[in-house]
Ligand binder design. Sequence first.
Ligand code: LMR
Length: 396
Amino acid sequence: MFEHLAPYAGDPIFRIGDMFRQDQRQNKVDLTVGLYYDGKGQIPILDSIHQAELKRAQHPETRQYLPMEGLPSYRSAVQKLLFGTECAALNEGRIVTMQSVGGTGALRIGGELLHLASPNSEIWISNPGWDNHHAIFEGAGLKTHTYPYYDSVNGVLLFDEMKQTFQTIPAGSIVLLHPCCHNPTGADLSSAQWEEIADIIVERKLIPFLDIAYQGFSNGLDEDAFAIRLLASRNIPMLVANSFSKNFSFYAERCGALSVVCQNTLEADRVLGQIKLLVRRIYSNPPLHGARMISDVLNDPELFAMWDREVNEMRTRIRNIRQKAYDILKAQAPHFDSSFIIRQNGMFSYTGLSLPQIEKLRADYGVYFIDSGRISVPGLNEDNVTYFAESVSKVV
Ligand code: LMR
């Protein structure tokens, strides 16, 4: 019955992560999947989460089903974290937030909702972009296109080209945007550039779909929500997918959310109803544990402050290791412009290395990153950064 199915080529990101795991060399370096590693190369368990888990463990609770849209205290905390407490749409009850299965689940449910509302919906995704965006939205029935975003040869944002595209695509088009820590390039828009984009979106009646998977890793929890709050203040329909995998180091718990900003509360009720229907048809209702722990942290001022400090530490470590990698690369390979690594933000940097160079790094040195040339910077630490820079200097 299934013989005719095509073999799976493998995911462009996880496939290289698997290659890394199979490599037996002791000095191999993992810069593949977007995972935050601490300075010792470990994926941390955050103290804030650990405290929340210890507290809950003292009073074990039953595991009744959650509502289709998720845990209420989690959903409301997510809204405040993304939109801030001053947001008119939030205070007027016009934002619908559902607990999703990771950021990917939020993107997919958002795509399904857009397709349901308008079956001819088309979405524009940055080029380069996160490899999975096209697959997710095509899976939801949307036609996907790209808009120019970054020139990897010259290491610059293509802001004028991006604006030109937004000025010419049909009204009602959906534009997928990264509020901070652009994946894969680590190159973000400035506040002034976001203002320009917001003006075009309003004028051209585009629908922004914001994907925020690294809140806090660029400049801070509030600072990184700038684009979300700016667009929400413009009173336009918009969607936001967020993920807690990285900033809570909670990958396998699959905690995310989809928020939809509606025109009025009647529309918000309908959107919530259709989201429930979509969820009921796919997985019925979301899991409890991860959302409960995150809700406990976000809703407790002390645990929240602890988490904020932990996010600051992660961000600072990434910045410092970027600087160190740059300093060593500059000394080892003065002819190679490695300034991208200190100009770019958050988890990722886009090296601009060619596929033959990337393959040589894997084969000869055990330094692994994905074919696009993206490195996941937190894979670097004091123990491997010199080896990484020396290896790169030998292939450039
Ligand atoms: C990444 O881009 O490496 C992460 O977001 C993990 C993933 O799901 O692709």
